[in-house]
Write a protein that binds this ligand. Structure first.
Ligand code: C5P
Length: 300
């Protein structure tokens, strides 16, 4: 059984003061983009749960119990008392620790592929409940499209938005740890206290998305974690600055970074931006992806 699951970008990300559990309340606008990891689930010869990884970042993905796809399979097996095991193999296209929810996409793909392999027939709600306990972005990787995420990012409300958006993504040499970026965000001392109201999504961004005007969307992109990511990886400023030179409609770091995303006016413009970035030497790899796209799905 094979599932494909998309990367996400955050078109807007507002972060509140951390709660007693250390998590930060968020108000984010997710978009799933056409950059997919593929997760295959095959019967396990000895009843164990294993994973093999190929593709983007294969050398840095853990292959033990900390792998999020392995944890997803274990959680589904426990929930439905399955003892057959599974041999997972993941082909990655999404950068690891890139702020694109690559690990979460693998977990969402593993839930679907294992559900099909084992015949557990979990309902959508059961899968979303499991996804929520795996990580803040996993429910969105299951549902895809566009959604507002609140709570830790896992409470989703779909967004009525027009249009398809052409993005160019610049991958950095190495990833950034999400907890480290949140810790830096706290260290920089954002101007909110523990009693501050929960963050809300930006109205200009929602209005722009309803209009489908990429120029307005480009102007409304924002990310509260960007300053912290730039403090940890100052060289990203050069990559972002190229966005202005290449006339990107909007430029930002996705999630906790370090992937930089650039919004293009159309496909031709996206090619121009991609070529300009690739020849700049400021990033390891440039990819194009449009969005929104559907969430994780079985492909066989
Ligand atoms: O939920 P997930 O496991 O993806 O989160 C990874 C880490 O990111 C958390 O351990 C926490 O440090 C940070 N985080 C946070 N607030 C959120 C989401 C994640 O502080 N809303």
């Amino acid at each position: 059984m094979t599932a494909r699951a998309p990367a996400k970008i955050n078109l807007g990300l507002r972060v509140g003061a951390p709660g007693s559990d250390g998590y930060h309340p968020l108000a984010t606008v997710y978009q799933a983009i056409a950059l997919y990891d593929e997760v295959k689930a095959r019967p396990s010869p000895d009843g164990t749960i294993t994973v093999a990884v190929t593709g983007e970042g294969r050398d840095v993905v853990p292959l033990d119990q900390t792998n999020l796809a392995v944890r997803a399979a274990e959680m589904l097996a426990n929930r439905f008392a399955v003892h057959s095991g599974v041999a997972l193999s993941i082909h990655k296209t999404i950068a690891v620790a890139g702020g694109l929810a690559g690990g979460s996409a693998d977990a969402a793909g593993a839930l679907l592929a294992c559900d099909a392999l084992w015949g557990t027939n979990a309902t959508r709600d059961e899968l979303v409940t499991l996804a929520t306990s795996l990580g803040s972005d996993v429910p969105f990787c299951l549902t895809g499209g566009m959604a507002v995420g609140t709570g830790r990012g896992e409470q989703l409300t779909s967004v009525l938005a027009r249009g398809t958006y052409e993005w160019v993504l610049a991958f950095a040499d190495t990833g950034l740890s999400t907890p480290a970026v949140y810790a830096e965000y706290d260290r920089l001392g954002p101007d909110h206290d523990a009693n501050a109201p929960a963050p809300v999504v930006s109205e200009p961004l929602m209005t722009a998305l309803r209009s489908g005007d990429p120029y307005a969307v480009g102007r409304a992109l924002h990310n509260d974690l960007q300053r912290a990511a730039l403090r940890l990886r100052p060289a990203l400023r050069h990559t972002l600055a190229l966005g202005d030179e290449l006339k990107a409609l909007g430029t930002l770091i996705s999630g906790s970074g370090p992937t930089c995303v650039f919004l293009a006016a159309d496909e031709d413009h996206a090619v121009d931006i991609a070529v300009g970035l690739a020849s700049s030497g400021t990033c390891r790899l440039v990819q194009r992806a449009s969005g929104p796209v559907h969430g994780a799905r079985l492909v066989t």
